[in-house]
Design a protein. Sequence first.
Length: 317
Amino acid sequence: MSKINVNPSFNEWLTDVTNCEIATYRKPIHKSQKVFLKRCYEINVVKGFYFSKHDFTGMGDDNFRQYIHQLKNYIVKAVDSRPAFYHLKEIIVDSLTVNHTGINTITEEFEQILEELKQQPPELHDIRIETNTSLLYEGLGKIRIPNGRNKAIHLPIPITVDTRFKTKVSVYPNGKLLVMLGCTRNPLPYSLLGFNELIVYLKDIVTHLMLYSQTDFSYPRPGLWKISAYHFNQDRKGIQSPMFKYQIEDLQNHSVFYTKPKEKTVRYEQRISFKEPKPTVEEEQKKSVLSEQERKENEFIDDDTKYPVEFKKASEL
């Protein structure tokens, strides 16, 4: 049974955290500080996001830092990025933004899936990655028309020579960024180098979006973004369960320990192989399945009828 965390109302929370302070060091919260904390509460609880300086339009950086310093007993730094992201003490933020790190978060069920791959080196394709942003949607909204159904803004990322990915991104009004990566023909290795490549590519996507939208939007560093859906190898069904939604760094750390012995085995087998064997019936079938998967992937990435891409006319800007 899943755990349900219920946050208190703002007034209840404020009473609880102020009562927890040692009386000797307790300072009264001024009206302006209370307004600041209430805004933080709304972002954490109502929207389900961490807050950053960009959530306080009209407030200078120095003023924001001053509030953070004055209210340091009530605020927790969740993501040490540029800018930093915060949440209120004792407040549970939506699962998409909660910061889990370390290989201990990898479940036994996930490792069982890896074991079922047997002797195949694990590889990922058809990958979906999520994170939260601030100001990106507003920047893109100046040059693109949102989808009429869900108000999201969808756009493809230009293919570069040095990438294995076909990419489309979706940005939602609440700041959520969804990155869809297709790489059926050249899957991403489940390894340290594979995830390093992925992180570098996500940084390239951020750079492209900043230049394209002309917006210096805020975001957590790519290692903290979450992989929410993916396929393992060619004969493994897609995985989309929230139970297997991990930060990239979690999987990267885990891959170091999981793939090390398998990589040695594969290298040894390649070394003693003197000639290319004829393809078996099973291999031919897999090749056929691969072609079909690639067709579906191209249909998903390239078909703009699913996610219409429209540009605003100059007169509408």
